[in-house]
Design a protein around this ligand. Structure first.
Ligand SMILES: *Cc1c(COP(=O)(O)O)cnc(C)c1O
Length: 407
């Protein structure tokens, strides 16, 4: 067992379903790839997707657009965030989040996270008071949901609006309420490594007619906003169509066509992801020196990635663990690396953001390891991966302990 090597690829997603491929071929045969290019009486794939996503989530309005990062930019702008305004966000997130805030000219105010990888509500309250910010762009980073009732109560008390970044919580819920239904707007990504895959893509969702009218105009609708499946009636656009610029970032029919059948598989796939997540959790829980985040009973999560913390006093250096796991075919990311690598970067490498002290988050990131769980892995694969990590971890930890005793 100690020498077993895992052979799977951590970046290999499942193929696009055949039904989705067939639809994409139909779109290509039609030649009408642009979302507003319809024949009389036709509704475009993009418009149908918006309708279906709004219905799935249980919101009035949905805009499909070019990416998740673009969706956040548009949602912030459509919510009225102005140049130089402070916008709260968690420091533990990926770079498109501060990027979206920067894109509207906002100033990111970074908030600490807890060892369970959710936003630290006490620090949030301190920073609301200190910054005077009236907007939180909250990343449900790696799918971990904070107590949404406590968060909403806190935000309401201070008059702070919420935009949810649901890039990792499409298909998730808190206390039975879907992630994306807690704020003034929510943003989703359909990029390859998220929960439905169109290469690139995103959604903005909201119940606010004015906000959606602005978002649609911003996305580059020209005066064709009536060709949206889940947008407010034309009256809502009276001012927005003249007051807001065109930041061209539409979705096209090809991507919409391959997303529609995948949307119907989302909840089924959530269970498949969670079977794999639990296999990893099972293999790694109760390992002294290694902490697996607690998942609260109120949280319905989508376990498309797995995190654990190497405790500082375990004596295990994360780079050593990563290297030894890599040699056994297990590819992990480390959020604590000082240099940004691949998709992972720390807040102190975002040099366009004013430097901020986040000692709690830094301590957590120092030990934070992360694995993707593509659905091409079987549950047994995940058990094997967990067993490899555990045995490598214990070997390093015990070797160190041995030296300590000997000296
Ligand atoms: C991927 C991601 C986004 C943005 O998605 P893109 O579609 O790649 O722009 C936003 N937030 C988080 C936390 C993400 O991981």
């Amino acid at each position: 067992m100690t020498s077993t090597v895992f052979k799977g690829s951590f970046t290999q997603q499942e193929p696009i379903p055949e039904e989705a491929i067939a639809r994409a071929v139909d779109v290509m045969r039609s030649g009408r790839l642009h979302r507003y290019n319809v024949v009389d009486g036709e509704e475009s794939e993009t418009s149908l997707l918006e309708r279906e996503y709004a219905e799935y989530l249980g919101v009035k309005y949905c805009l499909a657009c070019a990416s998740g990062g673009y969706a956040m930019h548009v949602a912030l702008r459509a919510s009225g965030v102005q140049k130089d305004q402070p916008v709260l966000t968690n420091a533990f997130t990926l770079s498109p989040v501060p990027g979206a805030i920067d894109n509207v000219g906002g100033r990111p105010v970074l908030v600490e996270s807890t060892p369970d990888l959710v936003i630290d509500l006490a620090d949030l309250e301190r920073k609301i008071k200190a910054s005077g910010s009236r907007m939180l762009l909250l990343s449900h980073m790696r799918g971990h949901l904070v107590d949404m009732h406590a968060l909403c109560e806190l935000l309401e008390r201070h008059g702070v609006a919420l935009i949810e970044d649901c890039a990792h919580t499409m298909g998730a819920a808190w206390d039975g309420r879907k992630s994306g239904l807690f704020g003034v707007a929510a943003c989703f990504s359909t990029q390859t490594y998220k929960h439905i895959n169109s290469g690139e893509g995103g959604f903005v969702t909201t119940d606010d007619a004015e906000l959606m009218a602005r978002a649609v105009i911003l996305s580059g609708s020209y005066m064709l906003y009536e060709r949206h499946g889940a947008a407010p009636p034309a009256e809502a656009f009276r001012d927005a169509r003249l007051d807001y610029p065109n930041y061209s970032g539409r979705m096209d029919n090809l991507r919409a066509a391959i997303l529609r059948p995948q949307l119907r598989l989302l909840e089924h796939n959530r269970e498949r992801w969670n079977d794999r997540y639990r296999a990893l959790e099972e293999a790694l829980r109760d390992t002294p020196g290694l902490r697996v985040p607690q998942r609260p009973a109120a949280e319905t999560y989508v376990g498309s990635s797995f995190q654990f913390l190497v405790e500082a006093d375990s004596g295990v250096a994360v780079p050593v663990l990563l290297e030894a796991c890599r040699a056994r075919g297990v590819e992990m990311k480390w959020f604590g690396a000082s240099e940004p690598t691949a998709y992972t970067s720390r807040h102190d490498s975002w040099r366009y953001v004013a430097p901020q002290q986040l000692p709690k988050t830094d301590r957590i990131l120092d030990g934070l390891c992360d694995l993707r769980i593509p659905l091409t892995f079987s549950v047994d694969d995940c058990s094997l991966i967990g067993t490899i990590i555990r045995s490598v971890f214990e070997e390093i930890r015990d070797a160190r302990g041995g030296r300590a005793r000997a000296s």
